[in-house]
Write a protein that binds this ligand. Structure first.
Ligand SMILES: Nc1ncnc2c1ncn2[C@@H]1O[C@H](COP(=O)(O)OP(=O)(O)OP(=O)(O)O)[C@@H](O)[C@H]1O
Ligand SMILES: [Mg+2]
Length: 522
């Protein structure tokens, strides 16, 4: 920075020199030119004085011969006039000598010129002396004329010389001033170019770079140009920009990383949330389904016990049959409760099914038997038409029985009078088809398409029968039945006519002969 200060001082001095230098040169030149012209004027005045003196001499001499008496009368005044002219000319010559001593001239020339002027003064005195002598004498002394002519011719030569020299000096000064102006102009241009190259351009670059960085572009660098100070500043600036860029990049990367981590975490949380919600939904669904499934066997058990208790004359065999039903139904409830426990422990609650060869005819038979006593005690009847010895299907026995119970339970619940239920089981085109038909309330056509959806119910309420209240179901039975059939690869469908009755068909794939032979399940 110190050297920059020195450079700036030099630049200031340079500017001052550019202004003051030419002014000094011009003033010196003007002084020189005016001194030469003054000298030339003085020379001319001396010549004029000498010429006037000579004219006076000739005039007076002329008068001597033309009017001698008048001449004699005026002779003294003529002599006074001559003396005055001599004095006047001497003053001019003396002035010339004074100017010569201060006019800038080469020393030898100055000395020669002064010496010549001194001679002129001597000549002037001789002119005066001899002219006076001629006026006082007879007029034949003409010596003064020789002196006068000589002095005039010398002075004429001097006048020419001083004029020529003054003109030469004037022209020289003009050329010098022109040269100085051009030189100073060139120096000024060079100075401006130097300042432009060494200071203004690097300053402009630096300013542009700071602007660009302020706008957020940290890749900007400034070129290392200009004086050593500007190069040092540019260097420091570039190092600073480098650091800013590095930290901005690191910050950006950290931000990106953070954003990615937040997005990842959010995604994970959302996914965890979804699976938790799903698990919760499934758990709630299962809880509702399981409660539903417990209700039917429980009511069978209760009815069975009530009927047995009412029948005081029951034989031991009849009692055993009744109690066996209670055991079977309670075993079924145990299985449902086991399902509930498993699902309560599971991360993702899903109804487990174990598909295996099973006898659909036997399952139908068992369910019909379970309901028989209950329905008959109600004044109704349940009939298994065309019973088969066995019909092997691929399915889950527990689930199939649950489906049949749901359907029979609906047939009972939605019969206003004593329920009349017909059940069939048959093999049709590679499928076991179980139908449950009642002559109950039936279902309105517009309700049928929605009955297999959860919590959807028909428009009519169930019947109010002996020992029963109005059936206020939850609309779950058929949806549970359909989902169980789907997990076993089967179907369930329903057809109904309002006030006439309803038929539900349950279909499961039969075991092929080849599978039966190998004892495998596809
Ligand atoms: N055999 C049937 N006769 C008349 N209506 C029936 C019969 N089966 C089902 N429905 C109608 O279908 C609706 C849905 O039956 P689903 O078994 O799914 O539910 P729910 O019986 O109402 O209630 P839940 O079975 O959950 O106690 C019933 O509300 C009823 O209106
Ligand atoms: Mg139901």
């Amino acid at each position: 920075m110190t050297s920059l200060r020195i450079k700036l001082w030099f630049a200031l001095l340079f500017v001052i020199a550019l202004v003051v230098g030419p002014a000094l040169v011009a003033s010196h030149a003007i002084r020189m030119v005016s001194a030469h012209f003054e000298l030339s004027d003085a020379s001319t005045q001396s010549l004029n004085a000498l010429q006037r003196l000579a004219v006076l001499g000739y005039t007076v001499q002329q008068e001597r011969f033309t009017d001698p008496s008048a001449f004699l009368e005026e002779r003294d005044s003529y002599i006074d006039g001559v003396r005055a002219h001599v004095l006047n000319a001497d003053r001019y010559l003396n002035n010339e000598i004074r100017l010569l001593s201060k006019t800038p001239l080469p020393p030898e020339r100055r000395a020669a010129a002064i010496k010549e002027e001194m001679n002129q003064r001597e000549q002037l005195q001789l002119i005066g002396t001899h002219l006076e002598r001629a006026l006082l004498g007879d007029g034949k002394d003409t010596q003064w004329e020789d002196y006068a002519l000589k002095a005039i011719s010398v002075e004429e030569r001097e006048v020419k010389t001083t004029k020529r020299v003054a003109t030469e000096v004037f022209e020289g000064v003009i050329w010098t001033l022109l040269g100085t102006s051009v030189f100073v102009g060139l120096l000024g241009v060079l100075g401006v170019l130097w300042a432009q190259r060494k200071m203004i351009r690097p300053l402009g670059n630096l300013w542009r770079s700071t602007q660009t960085i302020a706008e957020g572009d940290y890749t900007q660098r400034t070129p290392l140009i200009g004086t050593s100070e500007f190069r040092a500043i540019a260097n420091s600036f570039n190092a600073m920009a480098e650091k800013i860029e590095t930290s901005a990049t690191a910050m950006q990367q950290a931000n990106d990383e953070l954003e990615r981590a937040v997005a990842r975490r959010t995604h994970e949380l959302a996914s965890t949330n979804r699976s938790l919600e799903r698990a919760n939904r499934l758990r709630q669904q299962f809880l509702a389904d399981a409660s539903h499934e417990l209700r039917t066997p429980l009511s069978i058990m209760r009815s069975e016990a009530e009927i047995t208790l009412r029948n005081g004359d029951a034989s031991p065999d009849e009692l055993r049959v009744g109690l066996n039903r209670v055991v079977r139904v309670s075993t079924l409830m145990g299985e449902i409760i086991e399902d509930m426990l498993q699902i309560a422990r599971a991360e993702e609650p899903l109804l487990q099914t174990s598909i295996a060869p099973m006898d659909a005819a036997a399952a139908v038979q068992t369910c019909v038997e379970d309901f028989r006593r209950v329905i008959e005690a109600d004044g109704g009847r349940i009939t298994l038409k065309h019973p088969l010895e066995s019909l092997t299907v691929e399915g889950d026995e527990t689930r199939l029985k649950q489906v049949i119970r749901i359907v029979v339970d609906n047939a009972v619940c939605y019969s206003s009078d004593a329920p009349q239920v017909d059940v069939t089981v048959a093999a049709e085109e590679g499928e076991a088809v179980i139908t449950v038909t009642d002559r109950g309330n039936g279902i309105a056509a517009e309700d049928i398409p929605h009955l297999f959806q959860r919590f959807r119910r028909g428009g009519r309420k169930g019947r109010v029968g002996e020992g029963q209240t109005l059936h206020n179901g939850q609309g779950l039975g058929l949806s549970i039945a359909r989902s169980m059939m789907e997990t076993m690869g089967g179907t369930i469908s329903l057809s109904s006519r309002l006030y006439e009755g309803t038929t539900v068909s349950i279909r499961l794939p039969l075991m092929s002969n080849a599978d039966l032979a190998h004892g495998t399940v596809s």
